[in-house]
Design a protein around this ligand. Structure first.
Ligand SMILES: Cc1cc2nc3c(=O)[nH]c(=O)nc-3n(C[C@H](O)[C@H](O)[C@H](O)COP(=O)(O)OP(=O)(O)OC[C@H]3O[C@@H](n4cnc5c(N)ncnc54)[C@H](O)[C@@H]3O)c2cc1C
Length: 386
C-alpha cells in the first residue's frame, strides 16, 4: 500500500519502521527542514514499553544511550533546597534525550521510507479508492492511507477532523527546553528554582558534563502568539523569568544562540474517533498529553499496534483502524491523566501549594506508590507481531 505519514517526530518514524518491516515503503512528510533535535529526556517504563522497543530491535542501542535518569532538586528563590526526587522518579527504566530518540528512529526507518523534509500537506480529498493529497511544494499525489503523526497541532487532524480548538484543551501551563554549553559547571540531574506557578531548572548531561539542558515552566492562560516565531518565543521567556537569580540570567543569555528551542503549551488532545475513512491519527495528534503523560511511550506503542493491525487485516483499513483504536485508546487515556497533573505538580500556583507538595513528596512511601502506579498505568497487552 502507498501510505503517507505526516510528521517525523517520534510516532511517524516509529510507524514508518514497522510499515517497512511489514513490506511497505511509506512516505513521511515533515514540515521542518530537517529532523527536529530538541526536547528534554523522555523515559520508558514497564514491560509494554520495553517489549515494543525490544521488538523494534532498539533496546540494546537505547541502553547504551541511557542517561541513567536525572534526580530532581527543587529550591526556593534563595537557593534553599525544598525537595529532592530520585533519578528513577522522572527517568523510568530507560531515559534518553528526545532528539537522540528521534535520530535513532529515523535511522531505523530511512532505508524503507521516502522522507520529504520542509514540506507539508495542504489539502486532502478521499474517495473509495484512496486519498488525493496536495502538498505545499510539488505535485498532488494519491495514497491508499494517510496517517497524521504531526503532533499536538496536527495539520492532518485540522484538515480531516476539524479545527484544533475542538480537540485540544490547554492545561494552564507552558514548558520550554533547550540545550546549552555547560559554562557554569552545573551538576548532573536537574536543579530548579520554584516560585508559585514557575520552575526554572537546569542540569548537566550525565553522559557529557560539557553539555547542559534548561527547562522552564510557567502557569499561564492560553497565549495568543505565533508558535513558529522563535524570536518572539525567546523574548516571552526572557520576560517571564527576568526576576530570578543564578543561574537563570545565564540560562536566558544562552537562549540567544539556542537553535533547538522547544516551547509549547501543556495541553491534552481528545479526539472522539481516531479515524475518518482512510485517514487516521497517531501519537500527540490523537491523544497528546505533551509533558508528563508518557506521550513518547504511547506513540511508540500506538505505532506498533497500528502497523500490526494493518498487517493482520491484510490491508482492510476499516478493520485495522477500528482494532487499533479499540486496543490503544483505553491505554492512552490512562497515560494522559498523568499529563493533566504535570503543571500543578512541577509548579503549584501558590506558596501554600508548593509547601504542601514538598511535604507530601518528602515521604518515601508516597514516592514508591507513585512510581508503582506509573508502571501499572503504562502496562497493557500487546498484539503479537505478524
Ligand atoms: C522539538 C520537540 C521537542 C519536544 N520536547 C519534549 C519534551 O521535552 N518533553 C516532552 O514530554 N515532550 C516533548 N515533545 C513532545 C513529544 O515528542 C511527544 O509528546 C511524543 O513523543 C509523541 O510524539 P509525536 O510523534 O506524536 O509528536 P511530536 O514529537 O511532537 O512530532 C510531531 C512532528 O510533526 C511535525 N509537524 C508538525 N506540523 C506539521 C505539518 N503541518 N506537516 C508536517 N509535519 C508537521 C513536527 O515538526 C514534529 O516533527 C517535543 C516535541 C517536539 C517536536
Amino acid at each position: 500500500m502507498q501510505i503517507l505519514i505526516s510528521g517525523a517526530g517520534i510516532g511517524g518514524p516509529a510507524l514508518a519502521h514497522w510499515l517497512g518491516r511489514y513490506g511497505h515503503r511509506p512516505t513521511v512528510v515533515e514540515l521542518a527542514p530537517a529532523l527536529r533535535p530538541g526536547g528534554q529526556a523522555v523515559d520508558f517504563r514497564g514491560p509494554t514499553h520495553l517489549t515494543v522497543l525490544r521488538r523494534m530491535g532498539l533496546l540494546d542501542e537505547l541502553r547504551t544511550l541511557d542517561t541513567g535518569g536525572s534526580p530532581m532538586t527543587f529550591t526556593d528563590r534563595h537557593g534553599r533546597v525544598r525537595l529532592r526526587l530520585p533519578a528513577d522518579f522522572a527517568g523510568g527504566e530507560i531515559e534518553i534525550p528526545r532528539g537522540e530518540l528521534a535520530q535513532l528512529l529515523f535511522r531505523h526507518s530511512e532505508s524503507t521510507t521516502e522522507y520529504l523534509f520542509g514540506n507539508t500537506v495542504t489539502a486532502l480529498r478521499q474517495d473509495d479508492r484512496g486519498v488525493r493529497v496536495a502538498f505545499r511544494y510539488g505535485p498532488e499525489r494519491r495514497f491508499d492511507l494517510v496517517i497524521g503523526a504531526d503532533g499536538l497541532h496536527s495539520r492532518i487532524r485540522a484538515l480531516a477532523f476539524g479545527p484544533e480548538q475542538d480537540y485540544v484543551r490547554h492545561l494552564g501551563y507552558y514548558a520550554a527546553t533547550w540545550q546549552l554549553p555547560n559554562r557554569l559547571g552545573l551538576p548532573a540531574g536537574s536543579t530548579g528554582i520554584n516560585t508559585p506557578g514557575r520552575l526554572a531548572a537546569a542540569g548537566a548531561d550525565p553522559r557529557d558534563p560539557e553539555r547542559a539542558g534548561a527547562f522552564l515552566l510557567f502557569a499561564s492562560p492560553r497565549l495568543d502568539h505565533d508558535r513558529h516565531d522563535t524570536d518572539a518565543l525567546k523574548s516571552l521567556l526572557q520576560q517571564r523569568f527576568a526576576d530570578l537569580g543564578r543561574p537563570v540570567p545565564h540560562l536566558l543569555e544562552t537562549l540567544r544562540d539556542a537553535d533547538d528551542l522547544y516551547l509549547d503549551s501543556i495541553s491534552r488532545a481528545d479526539v472522539p474517533s481516531w479515524s475518518n475513512g482512510r485517514i487516521a491519527l497517531l501519537g500527540d495528534a490523537a491523544c497528546g498529553a505533551t509533558i508528563g503523560g508518557m506521550g513518547t511511550g504511547t506513540a511508540l506503542v500506538a505505532a506498533y499496534v497500528l502497523a500490526t493491525e494493518l498487517a493482520c487485516a491484510d490491508g482492510d483499513h476499516r478493520t485495522a483502524f477500528a482494532r487499533y483504536e479499540r486496543t490503544v485508546r483505553p491505554y492512552a487515556e490512562r497515560c494522559q491523566r498523568g499529563g493533566d497533573r504535570t503543571g500543578p505538580f512541577l509548579a503549584p500556583r501558590t506558596a501554600a501549594g508548593l509547601r504542601a507538595r514538598n511535604a507530601l513528596l518528602s515521604k518515601g512511601w508516597i514516592l514508591d506508590r507513585m512510581l508503582r502506579l506509573g508502571q501499572d498505568v503504562a502496562t497493557m497487552e500487546l498484539p503479537e507481531p505478524v
